[in-house]
Design a protein around this ligand. Structure first.
Ligand code: SF4
Ligand code: SF4
Length: 380
């Protein structure tokens, strides 16, 4: 039976978050049952990009600090490890750690910030597609990984939580290769599961105190839920988070495929702590659900293929031509035209939405295709 604990904290005031995390650990059997003195513990937050905590795009520093404090009390030696989007360089890491509040957490707790850029090969026995891969060396070397994800929507994968957060164990722009190799959404979801299995964190916590709805994972709107969700089983943890935001887990490719692969058994999950009904928001906007629902409803994906997929559109009036989208686009489908306006070559575009995820100006929108809009119109 996979235990999942939900506990509430009405805001990010540190003493409240600490109590909340402490109670979660108690209900999971005590932090001492997981962390032994002298263990090297890697904390893997979601530091998608260089954003302030209030944007709700990254794991809040108060949650990271609370977990670190309790792990240190149990004798663990902590390093904060993450590979954000974009190039995996020391200067990029410094900027991300500073803006997301991790630098302050490290200063206050004595935890280390990882600047080791090496990766190490892992043979992935349980994988379906990604049998061999290279993950961040400090994750490979850790005695224990604690995955502290953020509850957010995702333009491509519908939702991101515990399982998807471990995509950050792949170094920097190497992530683009996974988008290229697995441009089919289901294959990409399988690869995310495989990557998760390669590092397999022993404990997963989802920061849903302020989640992100709308255009997640980078440009959405902060949404109050007031809860942390934790489990040793990341699939059960995500299943519970999806229940909280009232999203059918089968609509999330990672979860549907995890169930098919026997990694998620919803009859074998015990949810403890706060009642889901008491914390569920009245609404939670998940834009990607609409595209997926339409695809299933009409079963036309095979007929129309990629023409049903939404695609990115650059809002030139907001674009500052910083070039970040060009840098992260896996098939190099974005380039400036003669007048320096960023243009997308849709023949190359694989609708991965990395550009949307990393645009600092929210200048890239996900647009439905004509055929989708037509089908929607016919439905009315
Ligand atoms: S990342 Fe956004 S602002 Fe920067 S060039 Fe691309 S569209 Fe423009
Ligand atoms: S243009 Fe954007 S959505 Fe298309 S492949 Fe590049 S990053 Fe992905």
């Amino acid at each position: 039976m996979s235990k999942v604990v939900i506990n509430t904290s009405e805001n990010y005031r540190y003493d409240r978050v600490l109590d909340c995390v402490n109670e979660i650990f108690k209900q999971l059997g005590g932090i001492e049952s997981i962390v032994k003195p002298g263990m090297r513990v890697a904390i893997k937050p979601n530091l998608l990009t260089s954003k302030k905590p209030d944007a709700a795009a990254t794991t809040h520093p108060a949650v990271v600090k609370a977990v670190i404090t309790l792990v240190q009390q149990a004798g663990g030696i902590v390093t904060i490890v993450e590979s954000p989007g974009g190039p995996f360089t020391t200067s990029m890491l410094k900027m991300v750690y500073a803006n997301t509040g991790m630098e302050e957490v490290a200063n206050e707790t004595g935890a280390e910030l990882n600047f080791d850029l090496r990766v190490e090969k892992v043979i992935n026995e349980d994988a379906k597609f990604v049998k061999s891969l290279s993950i961040l060396k400090p994750l490979k070397d850790a005695d224990l990984i604690i995955n502290i994800a953020k509850l957010k929507t995702h333009g491509m994968m519908v939702y991101t939580g515990a399982v998807k957060n471990m995509f950050g164990s792949i170094a920097g722009l190497e992530k683009a290769n996974f988008h290229l190799r697995f441009s089919d959404y289901d294959q990409f979801a399988h690869s995310l599961i495989d990557i998760f299995l390669a590092s397999k964190p022993q404990l997963n916590i989802i920061d849903g105190i302020i989640a992100m709805e709308g255009d997640g994972p980078g440009s959405g709107v902060p949404k109050y839920i007031g809860a942390l969700i934790a489990s040793e089983d990341a699939f059960a943890c995500d299943y519970t988070a999806l229940k909280v935001i009232n999203v059918d887990y089968k609509k999330v490719p990672v979860m549907r495929l995890a169930e098919e692969r026997g990694l998620l058994n919803i009859d074998d999950i015990e949810i403890m702590g706060a009642n889901i009904e008491d914390i569920s928001p009245e609404s939670f906007e998940v834009p990607a659900l609409k595209h997926i629902r339409e695809s299933f409803r009409f079963s036309l994906l095979r007929v129309f293929g990629d023409n049903l997929r939404p695609r990115p559109k650059i809002l030139h009036e907001k674009c500052i031509t910083c070039g970040k989208c060009m840098q992260v686009c896996p098939p190099k489908a974005i380039s400036p035209d003669e007048s320096k306006r960023m243009i997308i070559d849709y023949k190359k575009c694989i609708s991965c939405f990395c550009c949307h995820e990393f645009c600092p100006e929210h200048a890239i929108k996900i647009k439905k295709r004509f055929i989708s809009r037509f089908l929607e119109y016919k439905k009315k």
